[in-house]
Design a binder for this molecule. Sequence first.
Ligand code: GCU
Length: 678
Amino acid sequence: AEDGYDLWLRYRPLPETQAAVYRSHAAQLVLPVATPTQQATRDELLRGLGGLLGHAPAVASAVDRDGAIVVGTPASSPAVAALKLDVRALGRDGYLIRHAVVDGHAVIAIVGQDDVAALYGAFHFLRLLQTAQSIDHLDVREATRMSLRVLDHWDDLSGHVERGYAGNSIWDWQKLPDWLDPRYIDYARANASIGINGTVLNNVNANAAILTPLYLDKVKALAGVFRPYGIRVYLSVKFSAPIEIGGLKTADPLDPAVQRWWRAKADEIYALIPDFGGFLVKANSEGQPGPQDYGRTHADGANVLASALASHGGVVMWRAFVYSQHNTDDRAKQAYTEFKPLDGKFAANVLLQVKNGPIDFQPREPFNPLFGAMPKTPLMMEFQITKEYLGFATHLVYLGPLFEEVLRADTHAKGNGSTVAKVIDGELDGHTLTGIAGVANIGTDRDWNGSDFNQANWYAYGRLAWNPQLSSRVIAEEWVRATFSNDEAFVKRVVDMMMLSREAVVDYMTPLGLHHLMGKGHHYGPAPWDASGPRADWTPVYYHRADHDGIGFDRSHTGSNAVAQYAPPIAAEFDDLKTIPDAYLLWFHHVPWSYRMRSGRTLWDELVMHYTQGVDDVKQMRATWQALDGRIDAERYRKAAVFLGIQEKEAQWWRDASIAYFQSLNGLPLPAGYAPPP
Ligand code: GCU
């Protein structure tokens, strides 16, 4: 049955004409099988070629016919060594795929820097076939500037996934380390296929128990499954662990006993897991303990952990997601205010992990002003793949355009073209330790992600982690071909639908720079009227500031002046009503309902128009999908069709609730073209 389990690694038979061409290039497979990674590479090629082409080529130890596929490194494969390539020139995790002649026979060579790079090359080759590319003239050369390409699981040890909408945690802690669910291997395959090379197993709201021997044995077992696929494990740690599981009276980072404790803990972990990746830390944020509890800085805290890990090659990923109810300043400013002065104070193996925007994974935010503002510190991007604020599992929202918009944003930190992508890939400030994290949308659902289309977000994240310059449309097309079909008309229509989906959700939830209007706590559905609860900065009214006269959060120089955290050209652009892009208007400005937009409409009319547009876009997405009934299997067709129905209802709910609420404040007539529900 087509239950989505195979993700984009479906490998269903290609049409015979296409398969026949490919078969002539896949007459034989010549690769080493001495190591687990080499065996994984062989297994994947046999599975992929067998599935796509109808039968798998024979594995041989030397080339003895034309049309062989030769895979490996110069060290692992005599056939590759004979090509006399300078693999060091390939770059980080780099590989090439090209035609060559070995022992007088025409072959396709898939050559990597090391075993894992060769595995990446094998996945790339399979993708060419899956997406119906010509392989007659191959000249692929790939490398990445991003050293850490990580998934963050917000998985609790109880099996619950914080902000997870695809079932429970796939880590079966109770049965580990003895029982290794085969799903762990499929997880590793999927990640390796897109170049993800790290996984943080547990929630940033961490449980100190993960660092006890009982759990470390389980972590070791998972690390063993992932190692052949080039994936390292990391753990979220709780800053108070020295107290909670270490029996100390304090977790003060400057206390020698605390420092010894962390060093001993790191030594213990590395004795079990020699390639352990390091720690992720949420400290002094939303109630989590941290160095400030002892009057120390984030850098003091991060550096103690970093020093414990350094001799083992581990890193600390320290999160910049902090904001305090005791700080009455604009929440959007707090991370910058707190971290910018610490630039240059972090140890060399610390990365600062910064959410893409200054608030919290909204459908649209301007880029986080920390990007470009801390040149002496490697900044790691944190995206959210799970759709906490974008309709959970059911809404079809392809996040590729959101990721791309942030990565391409120009910080102007060092003149024009100082894009966020160049900040995180190290190019702008000369960092070689670089990283990106995506909060995973993975759970125990058969389809892994709560819907088939959510798989595209995992896929797009991985592809952009490898190369932050890729186009989200190109990625969507790859994904549709590998996941559904190479039928050109189908591909075109589904990619168009996906590319529309992100703007649709912005329009029906939070158009024109509005943000954080979701219901408190769960973050599902509209609640712009909500002013209740313990903290102002958790209530929608804090963010939209609407009243009878106008709407929007004044972050210009007349308001919180958050604009001043951006480099001067951006600060000037965002500060000025004449230049602020419509998309960010109400993020940075409070304007009257009668404000004249560039379109000539009033703000009120424009707002209603956007809400209406969002619903219309979902209707169009739904109609697009309905017209494709019969082009793919009934199971996956039907699930997406039903989910689009849910999305349409909920888009209407967002539109009608939001318009009714804002109208209750401003008392203005509804513009023509919008009729409220009966
Ligand atoms: C959001 C989210 C929390 C999460 C937090 C974080 O606030 O709602 O569930 O813990 O971000 O990223 O730390």
